[in-house]
Design a protein around this ligand. Structure first.
Ligand code: FES
Length: 239
C-alpha cells in the first residue's frame, strides 16, 4: 500500500505549509488522480486539487509528482515507488494545497495574441489551407495549457517577465499558420530578452510535456526566424 506524502497549505489557517502522509490502497491501473480522490473521499475531505476530464485532455490536474511535473490523471501509481510525494506546480502562488493561481500563466499566454489574425478581410468562404500547410501545425496545436512546462522552467522562476514555454510555443503555432497575417509583428513581440532570447535551452519543458510537444524546439525555430527576418529587413524592432 503506497504512502502519499502530500503538500498541504491553507492560507486561512496562517500555518506554514507542511506534508501530510496518507496510505492509499492501490489497484492495477490506478492513477495518481484516483489516489487523490481516494484521499478526498475516504481520508481527508479538506484536500484541494483541480481536475476535470480525468483523461489527459483538460490540463487541469498538472502537479509535481514524485520529482517530475505531469498530469495526475495520466500517471500510474504502479510506476512510482512506495512513498509518493505530491506538490503543487512551482512559480505560482499556492491558493490551497495543489491549487495554484494560474493568472500569470494565462496573462503571458494572452500577451502573444493566441488567435488567428487573418491576412485578408473575411471573404465569402472560409480561410482555406492546403493539407501540407495544415500539417506544419500538427505538433503545435496539441497544447492543453496544463502548465507543466511553466512549472518546470527555471527561467520562469527567476524572471516574472519571461513569456514562458507555453506562450512561445503558441506564438510559433500562429507564425507558422499560412492564414495568419501578423508574422513580423509576432516575431517582433517575442524576439527580446523577455521572450525567446531569455530561454536558456534547458529542455525541462520538452521533458515534462504530457503531449510530447517541444517548446524548446519551437523557441529555437523562433530564434532562427527572427534572425532571418532581421537580416532581410522585415523585422525593424527587437521589442
Ligand atoms: S483531469 Fe483533465 S488532464 Fe487530468
Amino acid at each position: 500500500m503506497p504512502t502519499f506524502k502530500v503538500f498541504r497549505y491553507d492560507p486561512d489557517k496562517n500555518d506554514p505549509p507542511y506534508f501530510q502522509d496518507y496510505e492509499v490502497p492501490d489497484h492495477k491501473g490506478m492513477t495518481v488522480l484516483e489516489a487523490l480522490y481516494y484521499i478526498l473521499e475516504n481520508l481527508d475531505p479538506t484536500l484541494a486539487f483541480r481536475s476535470s476530464c480525468r483523461m489527459g485532455v483538460c490540463g487541469s490536474c498538472a502537479m509535481h509528482i514524485d520529482g517530475q511535473y505531469g498530469l495526475a490523471c495520466e500517471t500510474q501509481v504502479a510506476a512510482l515507488g512506495n512513498k509518493i510525494t505530491i506538490r503543487p506546480l512551482a512559480h505560482m502562488t499556492v491558493i490551497r494545497d495543489m491549487v495554484v493561481d494560474l493568472d500569470p500563466f494565462f496573462a503571458q499566454y494572452e500577451a502573444i495574441k493566441p488567435y488567428l489574425i487573418p491576412k485578408n478581410a473575411p471573404g465569402p468562404r472560409e480561410y482555406a489551407q492546403t493539407p501540407r500547410e495544415r500539417k506544419k501545425l500538427d505538433i503545435l496545436v496539441d497544447c492543453i495549457l496544463c502548465a507543466s512546462c511553466y512549472g518546470s522552467c527555471p527561467v520562469v522562476g527567476t524572471d516574472e517577465k519571461y513569456l514562458g514555454p507555453h506562450a512561445l510555443l503558441k506564438a510559433l503555432r500562429f507564425i507558422d499558420d499560412s492564414r495568419d497575417g501578423q508574422t513580423n509583428e509576432r516575431l517582433a513581440f517575442v524576439a527580446n530578452d523577455s521572450g525567446i532570447f531569455r530561454c536558456h535551452t534547458i529542455f525541462n519543458c520538452q521533458q515534462v510535456c504530457p503531449k510530447d510537444l517541444d517548446p524548446t524546439g519551437a523557441i529555437g525555430k523562433l530564434k532562427m526566424k527572427s534572425l532571418w527576418a532581421k537580416l532581410t529587413g522585415k523585422l525593424k524592432s527587437s521589442g
